[in-house]
Ligand binder design. Structure first.
Ligand code: PDD
Length: 284
């Protein structure tokens, strides 16, 4: 049985409890982070901790722990669960208060929960060798996607739509341009240029995205941060997505049309290799 962390305590998962009045449960009034673990070490922890602080401050929510304490909790949970390959999920909510749309008093204690998910073979995922298939769907999420909130119903519906269509995931489209995948950032490659949506309130500022774009630039690859259309995507030489749980994952089919040769592209494969290599070296 897993050991999970709830509000200062490490508990067996079946003894961990939060209130029915928790605002995360009642209002999706909470934020989260997912950090991957390879070789028992945390990948890009500093980036995830920094984004958590930003999400909290955008929502005027108090941080229950410092970044140092957060790192210590992550490490302790990885150790207690003997996690070598997988994910650490972290959620902070505004805490439990009688149901009211207005935020509760500032002395209401936030809720903090962390748990691990073992994913053996995460780095060596067969899907990375095959590539994944995506469909396009309209982006029907709220307008502050740069805040990593736990309101994931539409992304969840998107994954179900993809599954029903025999695909692996969905890319969301708004005003004629691709925003991002349901739980990842989206990229196309045309010639030797990597194209991905610019940052703004329309997408999550991916931690893997930031690292991959930095590594691409260091490897003299050309990067354009701008909107792209589905037509451009279907006509691309390559496509891929990035996230903490998939790293760099090639996309080989979009809305039933084969991308490039229909096999994972060279740029995606190279970036996956560089990302795994570099981030493992920097892992804590
Ligand atoms: N999702 N865009 C969205 C909408 C996401 O939910 C995620 C991450 C990303 C990629 O961000 P990062 O590189 O920091 O993981 C982009 C996580 C993995 C999840 O919800 O499980």
């Amino acid at each position: 049985m897993r050991t999970v962390y709830v509000n200062g305590e490490y508990l067996p998962e079946d003894q961990a409890k939060i209130s029915v009045f928790d605002r995360g449960f009642l209002f999706a009034d909470g934020v989260y982070e997912v950090t991957s673990v390879l070789d028992g070490k945390l990948i890009d922890f500093a980036g995830h901790a920094a984004r958590l602080q930003r999400s909290l401050s955008e929502l005027e929510m108090a941080s229950p722990v410092t970044s140092e304490e957060l790192l210590a909790i992550h490490k302790e949970l990885v150790a207690r669960n003997e996690l070598t390959e997988g994910l650490v999920y972290l959620q902070v909510t505004r805490g439990a208060a009688d149901r009211d749309f207005l935020y509760p008093d500032e002395d209401t204690a936030p809720t903090i929960v962390l748990f691990t998910q073992a994913k053996p073979g995460l780095a060596d995922a067969p899907a990375a060798k095959r590539g994944i298939k995506v469909i396009s769907i309209p982006d029907r999420r709220w307008g502050r996607r740069d805040i990593k909130t736990v309101q994931l119903l539409y992304p969840s519906m998107g994954k179900m739509m993809a599954k029903a269509a025999g695909a692996d995931d969905a890319w969301m489209v708004e005003d004629g341009a691709v925003t991002e995948g349901t739980s990842n950032n989206a990229y196309i490659v045309k010639g030797n240029t990597i194209i991905t949506r610019h940052l703004g309130e329309e997408i999550l500022h991916g931690i893997t995205r930031a690292a991959v774009l930095r590594m691409a630039a260091e490897s003299q690859m050309k990067v354009e941060e701008r909107s792209f259309t589905m037509e451009e995507a279907m006509d691309a030489d390559e496509a891929f997505v990035t996230s903490a749980s998939t790293f760099v994952m090639p996309v080989v089919e979009i809305d039933g049309a084969q991308i490039g040769t229909g096999a994972p592209g060279k740029v995606a494969a190279r970036l996956r290799e560089i990302y795994l290599d570099e981030s493992l070296k920097a892992a804590v």
